[in-house]
Structure formats: C-alpha cells, structure tokens
Design a binder for this molecule. Structure first.
Ligand SMILES: NC(=O)c1ccc[n+]([C@@H]2O[C@H](COP(=O)([O-])OP(=O)(O)OC[C@H]3O[C@@H](n4cnc5c(N)ncnc54)[C@H](O)[C@@H]3O)[C@@H](O)[C@H]2O)c1
Length: 321
C-alpha cells in the first residue's frame, strides 16, 4: 500500500485528483485542507468515509500538525495555496505565508520524514509574457508577472536547487472542466457559463495566448508522475497539450458555434499582459502522457451540466477564488 498525502484536497484540482488516486489499486490518500474558503470542504464532500481515505482539516502552516501525517505518507502532492492573481493580490501577506513560507517548511519536513516523491504543482503562468511565435518549453525563461507566479517560481527554485528531496514540478496549463469543487473564475469555465446564461461576453485581451488543460487530465498528469518516479524525479513538466493553446478570441468563436446568438463586447484594456504558447512535448516524450479532453469538448461538458441545472448560481462566491 502506498500512501499519498494531498494538500489542498478540498479544492478544484484536489477533489478530482484524490478520487483518481483512490481508484488506483494499493493506494491510500491522506487529504489535508483548511476548508477556510467559501467552498469549504466541497472537493471532498462525497468521499469522506471512503475506504483508504483520511481527511484532515488542518492549515499547512501548522507544521506540528502536518509532521505526524508525513510520518504516515510515502509521497506528497502539494496543491494547497492561495491560487490565482486576484486572490494573491487581495492578501499578499497570507499568500507569502502559505505559498512560500509554509511550503518551504513542508519541503523541509518532507526531507526529514524521508518522503520518497514530492510533487509540486506549479503553473505555466510562470512564463509570463513570452514570444508567441514559438512554443515555450520547460527550459524557457521564467517571467512571473504577478505575486502568484512569483510565489510558484520561488518554490520551484528552492526544490530544484536543493536537490536533496526527490521532487517533480508540474506546471499546469490553465485548468477547465467539471469537478466536485467547481471554479467559474477560470477562463474556459467562466466564458462558457456566461455565454450560456448572459448571451454576451465581455472580452479583454482577446489576442493573448494561453494553454488549457481539463481538470481530469491535469490530475492524470500528476498520477503518471507519481507512477514513474524513476523518470520524473528531478524533472519539470508542463502538463497539457501543445495543440491546446488558445486566444480568448478563438474561445469566443468556439462558443459562438455552440451558441449562435452569442455576442461579444471587445474591451481594449491591457490589464492582463500574460501571453504565452506552451510546448507539452517533454511530458509526452518522457512519460507517454496524452490528454483525453480538448477545450471544445470541455465547453460542451459545462453547457450540458448547466442545462441539467447543476450550477444554479455560478456567480456565488464559492465558485471563485
Ligand atoms: N486551476 C488552475 O487553472 C491551475 C493552473 C495552474 C496551477 N494550479 C495549481 O493547482 C493547485 C490547485 O489549484 P485549484 O485550482 O484546485 O485551487 P483551489 O483554490 O480550488 O484549491 C486550493 C485548495 O488549497 C486549500 N488551501 C489553501 N491554503 C491552505 C492552507 N494554508 N492549509 C490547507 N489548505 C489550504 C484551499 O482551501 C483549497 O481547497 C494550486 O497549487 C494551483 O496553484 C492551478
């Protein structure tokens, strides 16, 4: 039996990943989350009590409470963080204390407890503004343009430069798709629900490129990394698919195909200058990773769920960070 400690288990990615890990043979999961945000324990609600699953409501800043859990774990997937630029901007001190300081203590404690594999979930936002005539690889320059990305880059450096904890960095593309804890503050999810409900999209920065990955595929990427430590330890992987880079303008066109009455209000403000097209060749070549979703099908999934009444109030605070 291999025991994996997942921090941030009650979140958007955490809920999907924890379920997938529990479906694996010979795997148990200790999920940790402080459940202090509007979504509470949403990501783990239906799996509390499932064989092999232990849920611990705890703040990762409380090292004394986390250490005994590391004693029982073989591997760690570290998701817990203040996630996204707006949330980090709102509370910079808390962001630093969780995303950098507490994460550093978790890394140190993981070393002390002989964790065999530490998977740190980072972001393609680290690339910031890059030349979009080529696809940026894991070796490309990092240009974090927000506190959120800066906090991720700081942890990546600490993990990889130290080298004495067997670790992998997974830089996720922007995630979309339906999960137990839903987020409607992520571009594909937000555009799709607004297109459906409001019939009009306010779009700024329509020319900027970003990569996208379905939440199930993001979780599958982490599973694969955990399954192949001999290859993955010491490596950085972009998690996504090179064909899945889109501009917001392209997303509008895709939604218009599905919802022909859709209108767009194009807003020309330069508020969010992140533009990057990303290569996901390394994870494909080294781990044999392939995504199973694409953005158009992800839009169809959200539309279908919404039409079934699954999201009666998508603007509620629990759906955004
Ligand atoms: N969603 C995306 O598009 C995306 C893209 C790239 C990377 N990531 C990374 O994936 C990870 C998960 O993101 P998500 O979208 O699931 O966000 P999320 O906000 O839904 O999940 C994060 C979870 O961490 C928990 N948490 C935060 N601080 C904590 C603390 N101090 N102690 C215990 N729990 C704490 C929150 O309660 C939340 O449930 C994050 O590290 C994020 O940076 C996400």
């Amino acid at each position: 039996m291999r025991t994996i400690l997942v921090t941030g288990a009650a979140g958007y990615v955490g809920g999907a990943l924890t379920r997938r890990l529990l479906d694996q043979p010979e795997t148990s999961v200790i999920g940790v989350d402080f459940c202090a945000m509007d979504h509470g324990a949403e990501g783990v609600r239906e799996i509390i009590g499932r064989p092999g699953f232990t849920f611990v409501r705890e703040d990762i800043r409380n090292t004394d409470a986390i250490e005994p859990l590391l004693e029982r774990a073989d591997a760690v997937v570290h998701l817990a963080a203040i996630v996204g630029d707006p949330a980090c901007r709102r509370d910079p001190d808390e962001t630093v204390s969780i995303n950098i300081d507490a994460t550093g203590r978790l890394i140190d404690a993981s070393k002390r407890h002989g964790i065999e594999h530490f998977v740190f979930v980072s972001t393609c936002s680290n690339y910031g503004v890059s030349d979009t005539s080529t696809l940026v690889t894991e070796d490309g320059d990092l240009n974090p343009v927000s506190l959120y990305a800066e906090s991720k880059v700081a942890v990546e450096k600490r993990l990889l430069e130290n080298g004495d904890l067997p670790a992998t960095v997974c830089r996720f593309a922007t995630v979309y798709g339906v999960a137990p804890r839903m987020r409607f503050d992520l571009t594909v999810n937000q555009f799709t629900i607004e297109a459906l409900r409001d019939g009009v999209l306010e779009i700024y920065g329509e020319q900027f490129w970003r990569p996208y990955v379905h939440v199930e595929d993001a979780a599958r990427g982490v599973q694969l990394v955990l399954a192949k430590p001999d290859v993955a330890v010491g490596r950085v992987y972009n998690v996504g698919d090179s064909e899945e880079n889109y501009t917001k303008g392209m997303m509008y066109e895709l939604l218009k195909e599905r919802l022909p009455d859709l209108e767009a209000k194009w807003v020309s403000i330069d508020e969010d200058p992140r533009s990057y097209k990303v290569s996901f060749q390394r994870i494909a070549d080294e781990l044999g990773y392939e995504t199973t979703w694409d953005v158009p099908r992800g839009m169809d999934q959200i539309i279908e769920y919404a039409r079934l009444g699954a999201f009666p109030e998508p603007k509620a605070p629990r759906f955004r960070n």
